[in-house]
Write a protein that binds this ligand. Structure first.
Ligand code: 3HC
Ligand code: NAI
Length: 698
């Protein structure tokens, strides 16, 4: 870990001392910082000319809380901690005003709560995001926040992790005032105003009232629904209960005990891993230092089907100007009508206002011909998943698009190098931007780096992804890239298990109990079984007939059961309902499919289902890492968390594999390999397991 280089400086203006915390980039409480602030407070206390103190973050005005890199790890011996600083602030003889110009999160907000007053600037964002890191607030937040804003508002902030903006912070009583104009001058003026008062408020002096006798019971029930499988929200509730039932100092102690226990939990380790994995994913290895993204404001989208429409909506929602093209006027009009319907519904539901809707739609331009895309900075193709159709589109674009425009394909599986070869003179500016459905909602964006994609093209795609609020991961070219390539193995194993004796409902239950957002069969029904069927039919002529193949999904499709869209698939769906009900006709098809494969069905345990579905993912993930399709193991985790509903609190498949133990996983895979097809252990898994290493080193 690099040595933190921080600076705590004190300025004087009249009777006010201004202590500025500079620990770039986010002013986290790294070793040395809390001690530095305490020393600055003590110096200001000694200075007879100082009547009040302003404490603030330097740079962008943030105080991002505890240094997450040190959580769950040893803190340097003898070094003051965040809790020591907060203890000191609580008893500081001179009044302290926290001036919060930017994000004050976690321990950053807890510092502010221990000050006597809190001021916010227009860009302030005040939150307790600790549960997202698998811990409750651990430096007084669960005890002081309810005393400042009431138990209801505090519980909402702590359990959701959602930050409050400046206006909300003032409204709920978390901040005393919002400053307009020069922030520092305003803070000094406020400090001068309160300096002469004989008494200064202290959060710990206040009481907390219970809003209703069953408040905590209801909160626990709500969390049991929302935070399935997680422990931190319940630990936070335990702390909040202590805020009501114990005196302030006792409550602080109780919070500390619970926090210490959680900080070393598997959940906290997993969530810290994901925090840093998400930051790492946006870094592309081997790019020249000076490479910069190109500016993008005008985007062309080709294809107004499911994905083209979703991508268009995502772009419109984030301020881009969009030209949408189709293969004919009718398809274009239908696409535009569906986008209009989306915004109508959003307005009806109160998600956007009428002027916002009008403003977004005014940025949407129907492009009757591709020629109208000639001014676009970026063009995203989302036409049928057929290589020849896509190549024809790129060849046509080569003669139309601006020479420096970035051209992206949203293909799910196809070879982006072959698509780029259709416009050879532009291949540097061609790459994949693989959005997930629904594209305006799903956070994952796989950026597919083709052999000739330039650094500028990659950085531009990353930049656009960030502006769309996506979590982008860079993948190299292969069939299905990172996510879909692994997904095929996962689904195939789920089908084999059903053929061998499990039921789709059993498989789905095991995986949702593990924490997957949905089971594999419910996912297939949602996505549409016809999509996979079309792909299997296209691949049929080249399929190796000696390899095991489950006909089950094909048999469903032959009967016109495409999942939710037809009301019948692996499950049955009532009109306009998404709740899966048992499909009474399924058992017969399963038996037919098992007979065709010559399989005598048996009873399958939940453990076998979990192991086979997840270990096949991990094994293929290992191949993807070895082949450098993914830059790092943690990228695979990010893909599965944001694109496929893998439980965040388990850290992603590769992190989870490390936790289970690679030797144990390898041993099971070797066992499966003796009795089943497709279980050749990945060479990387063998090497890592053999040398007691883990994926985290990759
Ligand atoms: N500790 C250590 N590093 C941190 C950090 C933290 N609390 N917060 C951010 N960083 C690092 C990031 O890893 C990133 O590092 P990199 O450049 O090497 O990749 C760098 O700071 C910049 O971060 P972002 O790219 O996220 O910067 P943004 O400007 O987009 O966002 C932010 C800034 C809103 C502060 C965001 O980083 C964030 O949400 N950070 C996490 C804040 C948080 O969860 N705080 C609670 C910590 S737990 C705690 O305080 C426990 C207490 O109750 C005892
Ligand atoms: P879709 O069939 O809903 O839409 C495709 C659209 O492209 C149609 O409206 C069609 O008229 C139009 N089109 C076809 N040829 C065209 C041409 N030459 N010029 C202009 N428009 C043309 O398909 P969908 O689902 O939107 O998929 C599009 C792409 O996105 C495919 O490559 C698919 O693999 C990929 N994708 C699909 C996902 C999904 O869940 N549906 C998820 C991620 C990627």
């Amino acid at each position: 870990m690099p040595e933190p280089s921080f600076e705590i400086t004190t300025r004087r203006q009249g009777a006010i001392a201004i202590i500025i915390i500079d620990n770039p980039p986010v002013n986290a409480m790294s070793p040395g910082v809390p001690g530095g602030i305490i020393a600055a407070l003590e110096a200001a206390n000694r200075d007879a000319g100082v009547q009040a103190i302003v404490l603030m973050g330097g740079g962008r005005g943030m105080i991002a809380g505890a240094d997450i890199r040190y959580q769950g790890k040893a803190w340097p011996e003898g070094e003051k901690r965040l809790v020591d600083l907060i203890d000191h602030l609580d008893r500081n003889p001179k009044p302290v005003v926290a001036a919060l110009g930017g994000a004050a999160l976690g321990g950053g907000l807890e510092i502010a709560q221990a000050c006597n007053y809190r001021l916010v600037g227009p860009q302030a964002s005040l939150g307790q995001p600790e549960v997202k890191l698998g811990i409750p607030p651990g430096a007084g937040g669960t005890q002081r926040l309810p005393r400042l804003v009431g138990l209801e508002a505090a519980s909402e902030m702590i359990l959701s992790g959602r930050p409050a903006g400046a206006a909300e912070a003032v409204r709920i009583g978390l901040a005393d005032r919002q400053l307009e104009g020069d922030f520092l001058e305003g803070a000094i003026a406020f400090a001068t105003e309160i300096a002469g008062r004989s008494q200064h408020p202290r959060a710990g002096d206040r009481d907390v009232a219970l809003p209703s006798p069953d408040f905590f019971k209801k909160l626990k029930e709500e969390m049991a629904r929302k935070a399935r499988g997680q422990t931190a929200p319940f630990a936070a509730i335990e702390c909040l209960e202590a805020a009501v039932s114990l005196p302030f100092e006792e409550g602080l102690k109780r919070e500390r005990e619970i926090f210490e226990r959680c900080a070393v939990s598997p959940e906290a380790r997993a969530l810290r891993h994901v925090f840093f994995a998400e930051k790492a994913a946006s870094k592309i290895e081997g790019l020249p230092k000076g490479a910069r993204p190109k500016p993008v404001s005008r985007v062309g989208v080709i294809g107004a089907g499911t994905m083209g429409r979703g991508i268009t909506i995502a772009l419109l929602d984030h301020g881009f100007e969009v030209w949408l093209a189709e293969r004919n006027a009718e398809a274009l009009a239908a696409g535009i009508a569906r986008i209009n319907e989306h915004y109508e519904a959003a307005e009806k539901k109160g998600r956007i206002t009428a002027p916002e809707k009008a403003e977004r739609l005014a940025r949407l331009h129907p492009a009757v011909t591709f020629n109208e895309l000639s001014g676009a900075d970026l063009i995203i193709e989302a036409v049928f998943e057929e290589i020849d159709v896509k190549r024809a589109v790129f060849a046509e674009l080569a003669g139309i698009a601006r020479p420096d425009a970035i051209l992206a394909t949203n293909t799910s599986y196809l070879d982006v190098n072959r698509i780029a070869a259709a416009a050879p003179q532009r291949r540097d500016n061609i790459l994949g931007m693989h959005f997930f459905s629904p594209a305006n909602i799903m956070r994952l964006l796989e950026i597919v780096r083709a052999d000739h994609s330039s650094p500028e093209a990659l950085l531009t795609a990353l930049d656009v992804g960030k502006r769309l609020g996506k979590t982008a991961v860079v993948a190299r070219v292969c069939h299905g890239f990172i996510g879909n390539r692994m997904f095929e193995y996962y689904i195939r194993e789920a089908n084999f298990l059903v053929e061998e004796g499990a039921t789709p409902a059993q498989v789905d239950k095991v995986l949702t109990r593990f924490g997957m957002a949905m089971g594999p069969f419910a996912v297939c029904d949602l996505a549409g079984l016809d999509i996979g069927w079309a792909r299997r039919k296209a691949l049929a002529p080249t399929r190796n007939l000696s390899e095991r193949y489950s006909t089950l999904a094909d048999r469903l499709c032959e009967r016109g059961w495409f999942g939710q869209k037809t009301g019948k698939g692996f499950y049955l769906y009532e009109a306009d309902q998404r709740k899966p009900l048992p499909n009474p006709d399924l058992d017969e098809l399963i038996s037919v499919s098992a007979d065709e494969s010559g399989i005598a069905r048996r009873s399958i345990t939940d453990d076998e289902i979990l192991e086979r579905c997840l270990y096949t993912l991990i094994n293929e993930g290992a191949n993807i890492i070895e082949e450098k399709i993914a830059q790092r193991a943690s990228d695979v985790d990010v893909v599965w968390i944001h694109g496929y509903g893998f439980p965040r609190h388990r850290g992603g498949p590769m992190f989870w594999a490390d936790d289970v133990g690679l030797d144990r996983i390898l041993a099971r895979i070797e066992q499966f390999n003796r009795t089943h097809d497709f279980w050749e252990p990945a060479p990387l898994l063998k090497r890592l397991a053999g040398s007691a290493q883990s994926f985290s080193s990759r």
